[in-house]
Design a protein around this ligand. Sequence first.
Ligand SMILES: NC(=O)c1ccc[n+]([C@@H]2O[C@H](COP(=O)([O-])OP(=O)(O)OC[C@H]3O[C@@H](n4cnc5c(N)ncnc54)[C@H](OP(=O)(O)O)[C@@H]3O)[C@@H](O)[C@H]2O)c1
Length: 274
Amino acid sequence: MDFRRHFSGKVIIVTGASSGIGLAAAKLFGAAGARVVMASRSLEKMQALSREVSPSPENVLCVRCDVSIEADCRRLIEETVARFGRIDILVNNAGVSMRATIRDLDLSVLRRLMDVNYWGTVYCTKYALPYLLESRGQVVGVVSVAGYAALPARSGYSASKHAVRGFLDALRMEHLRDGLGVLVFAPGYTASNVRNAALLADGTPQGETPLDENRLMSAEKCASYLALALARRRSEMILTPLGKATVAFHHVLPRLTDRLTCRFIAREKDSPVK
Ligand SMILES: NC(=O)c1ccc[n+]([C@@H]2O[C@H](COP(=O)([O-])OP(=O)(O)OC[C@H]3O[C@@H](n4cnc5c(N)ncnc54)[C@H](OP(=O)(O)O)[C@@H]3O)[C@@H](O)[C@H]2O)c1
């Protein structure tokens, strides 16, 4: 698909644009002629990467933003509008994962997951909404298959992604007649830094991935599906055959799916699930 037709000239905010799916999406939108706002906590890293997003510096804005802080999200939207005068697409992609059982974990892990994944999406969406309504634009929540069928040792992750889905599904219904596009986008396993950064029971990052990342979908491929879903103004997209099968079986055969999912997660290296 020629993405230029859909994204050229559009103002697109991508949170979590310093790495993985967000960075790949920022590059795709930049290559398609969009004006891209990159947001994350790593300003210098994004500034270094911004040349790969667009060769024209005037088309990229990098904003330091911790999405768990409401004032940061408000400033992200204000700086975007001050620079580009409008917002066409908001991609709520910033996220953090975890790996610990409920019995073992510190409650601060669950709070952090909700603060980043859920509240980060809520803050950015709420402040961007007037501009998105004006442009008849689109808002995306990058959730996960775990936002449909929970995973053991990912309680806070699964809960936060379910919460984002509920929030955005409600938003879509509230604006059915306003031309606002609301997309719930659920990648399956995708190669990125997410498992290195995932929080352990005490809230420290686990620092390594238990999976062979080379065997997973690439972040670039995932970003191209995201672009496709946006171009078609889809309201939902679930990725990977395993992800689609998990969601479908979870509805039809929930207890069997629980057991198979547990067995799958227990097979991971050093899994906290036995
Ligand atoms: N990879 C997968 O297998 C997979 C599967 C399903 C869903 N997802 C979802 O896809 C999204 C992107 O993840 P990824 O896989 O690309 O992981 P990643 O490589 O770890 O990227 C995560 C991004 O989120 C940013 N981030 C984390 N905490 C933040 C905060 N408090 N404020 C602002 N930005 C923050 C990180 O930037 P800084 O650390 O520089 O701030 C980074 O840019 C996440 O929502 C994740 O849950 C991933």
